[in-house]
Ligand binder design. Structure first.
Ligand SMILES: Cc1ncc(COP(=O)(O)O)c(C=O)c1O
Length: 361
């Protein structure tokens, strides 16, 4: 019997989503191509150039360098690698707010870089004083997050850029999740707003491409040169990616999704997702739960452990933040009907929890 993939109809915790139909079709068509060897697979390489150019358009960069990575993790690792290669010190450090993604821990581990994690402020954004106090002459990179994984917050990117510049460090922005919604907001987060050197922006999250389609962007080609190694046995001569052979599915699907949706489709998706997040936040607040205001389409709220466990047992795929809050990501597959059904299950469980137990006085 053929096993079907899991449906998305109860998935509220994931930053992945159902690929757009055109992205799915493109992924299938280009599955067996390898953009890791541009000399042998020139068609997918040309598509990758298109993908990077389009990502540049989203992020205020006229002549972007970069490539389609396996995901945000690879892009973040590679950004740290660029910073390490360019640093003059042999003991480089990276300074990041605690809201930064755990992929930077992997990067630090693999690359032998000291990762310095600084607190966030009351609004869950990087605490600038803490960042300022933490950087020094050995700082190779300061990380800002544009759309944090747990609360959807955008760090003060310009100010982080100033701090990075004060010690000659690079500025990396992790917009892995936020990059496809932020163009429709007033936030200042991209290459056009601040002296950002490198950025992570993943088509396979809010971009509706098929996995694996992460994105690494760099302000100029020479930054990517720091990653390149010679590739003697291939038809091409060098490779800047972390992986070698990689499927063209992610590349082709990223291009297909962006051609189809940028900008109007993504704008409509953002508006819908943001309205859904506000609706959910409101519904939870009305029921007496403490809610973190959704500035982007991501809701966090205090929910008792027993309720959380009961919702999971009912089949809802939900997760918690590091401090134990419920976290719901309003991805493109998350509809108002899904959220209404979630709230109605929550109400049913709460009634059951507050009902007197048989035999009690
Ligand atoms: C802000 C941010 N950066 C990086 C990542 C890692 O991305 P991936 O899981 O595609 O490697 C995530 C994942 O959710 C993320 O939210």
């Amino acid at each position: 019997m053929q096993i079907e993939p899991q449906a998305f109809d109860r998935v509220l915790s994931s930053m992945c989503t159902e690929p757009h139909p055109v992205a799915r079709e493109a992924a299938e068509r280009f599955l067996a191509t390898n953009p890791g060897d541009p000399g042998t697979y020139p068609t997918i390489t040309a598509l990758e150039d298109d993908a990077v150019a389009m990502l540049g358009e989203l992020t205020g960069l006229e002549e972007p360098a970069g490539y389609i990575a396996s995901g945000g993790t690879e892009a973040n690792i590679q950004a740290v690698r660029i910073a390490r290669e360019r640093a003059e010190t042999r003991t480089p450090n990276v300074v990041m707010p605690e809201s930064g993604h755990f992929s930077f821990q992997k990067a630090a581990d693999v690359l032998g870089v000291d990762l310095r994690i600084v607190p966030t402020d009351d609004s869950f954004r990087a605490d600038l004083e803490a960042v300022r106090a933490c950087v020094d002459e050995q700082t190779a990179m300061v990380v800002g997050v544009a759309g944090t994984t747990e609360y959807g917050r955008v760090d003060p990117i310009s100010e982080l850029g100033d701090i990075a510049a004060s010690v000659g460090a690079m500025l990396h922005v992790d917009a892995a999740w936020g990059g496809f919604v932020l163009p429709f907001t007033d936030h200042e987060w991209h290459f056009g707003h601040a002296p950002v050197d490198t950025m992570t922006i993943d088509p396979h999250k809010m971009g509706q491409a098929a996995v694996p389609a992460g994105g690494l962007l760099a302000r100029s080609d020479d930054l990517l040169d720091a990653l390149a190694v010679d590739t003697p046995y291939l038809e091409s001569t060098s490779q800047a990616t972390l992986t070698g052979t990689r499927s063209g599915a992610g590349v082709a699907s990223a291009v297909a999704a962006m051609r189809e949706l940028w900008p109007e489709g993504y704008r409509e998706q953002y508006v819908r997702a943001q309205h859904n997040a506000e609706w959910l936040a409101d519904a939870l607040e009305k029921r007496g739960y403490d809610v973190v205001e959704p500035t982007l389409p991501l809701v966090a709220a205090d929910l008792p452990q027993s309720t959380f466990d009961a919702l999971r047992a009912d089949g809802w795929r939900i997760s918690r933040t590091a401090t134990g809050k419920l976290r719901v990501v309003c991805m493109p597959h998350v509809t108002r009907e899904m959220l209404a059904s979630f709230i109605s299950d929550l109400d049913r469980l709460e009634v059951r929890a507050s009902a007197p137990v048989m035999g009690d006085d």
